[in-house]
Design a protein around this ligand. Sequence first.
Ligand SMILES: NC(=O)c1ccc[n+]([C@@H]2O[C@H](COP(=O)([O-])OP(=O)(O)OC[C@H]3O[C@@H](n4cnc5c(N)ncnc54)[C@H](O)[C@@H]3O)[C@@H](O)[C@H]2O)c1
Length: 345
Amino acid sequence: MFARSALRVSQRAVRTAAFTPMTARATFTSAAKKCSPEVPVVSYHQGERVESAIPYDNKAGPVNPEGQDEVKVAIPLKPEVYSQLTPTLTKFTLPGKVAVVTGAGRGLGFNMAQALAEVGVRGIAIMDVQQELGDKAARELSEQTGIDVRFYRVDVRDGGAMGQTVQDVVDHYGQLDILINAAGIADSNMKAETYDHEKFRRLLDINITGSFFTAQAVAQQMIKLGKGGSIINIASMSGTIVNYPQEQSCYNASKAAVIQLTRSLAAEWARHNIRVNSISPGYMDTALNRVPALEAQKRIWVDHTPQKRLGAVDDLNNLAVYLASDGSAFMTGNNCIIDGGYTLW
Ligand SMILES: NC(=O)c1ccc[n+]([C@@H]2O[C@H](COP(=O)([O-])OP(=O)(O)OC[C@H]3O[C@@H](n4cnc5c(N)ncnc54)[C@H](O)[C@@H]3O)[C@@H](O)[C@H]2O)c1
């Protein structure tokens, strides 16, 4: 089970810009922090912007564990099971396929990589800008499943490095069938009228330009290999609705761009048998959101979600497998919202 020999962690000498993970920030007064937390709310009444604060009861305390994803362990399908699957179930498996998953050092990307490993993928290239997270993710996934998982440190904003890295993946595995583009950052509680220009550019650069550079590098290889493939972009419900109560114009615009990029690439690359779809998650319970500063807003998010919960860190897994597999062979250019019903209200 512990196929250590299969684990080769590749540390590419890729140029990386200094990286500081950006989490959303809530606006609290220092007094509010101590005893009476308040949720900042911006609403519009007859065209007028109204700012207010809703006090909330903080008895439940911050999420536990703070700043970490819930840990799940991947279990690979036993080879003898494949022959017993019905035609429908067979279409949901990915035996012998090779996948690239960006942003898979943790969170949704790592969990979707685990899901691919559970349905037969033989090789996974984890790409992330954070060395420590990527090393750990590759080691754990390899130990859990025995498959050949490699970590490639690369910043999705660096198109040249991305091209070289994807070439390395193909040189090693000899094929490339699936891309999940999950690398992304969030910035919220940022008022549009005072949004810092550099921050605005940086977010767009990672969320949209990075998604494009990665899809382009992977599609070039898929076209060369001539076997088609499936590309899955992780967008967000924020590409379709405007979140409440936090202001996050840039993030919302970046994810709307990811959805439209998905549709454009799907139309262009259908002739190469490459399908391109996007997943638009609602609010998910990942490290990105497991910060005390967001506790108050989270209560509003849950309240506005018909299912009355945040998404679990593995709630995208089955959809990702479906989109990667022949189960969705006739689906391309689609944006699949998976949000506990948030966008219904
Ligand atoms: N968590 C949510 O509520 C939520 C909701 C909707 C959409 N999303 C989207 O899902 C994706 C994953 O989110 P998550 O919650 O797992 O976030 P996360 O912060 O836990 O994971 C994102 C990963 O991307 C990596 N990354 C960031 N910038 C990078 C760069 N320039 N190059 C390479 N890697 C980089 C980070 O190191 C991190 O490991 C993101 O695109 C996010 O916008 C998340």
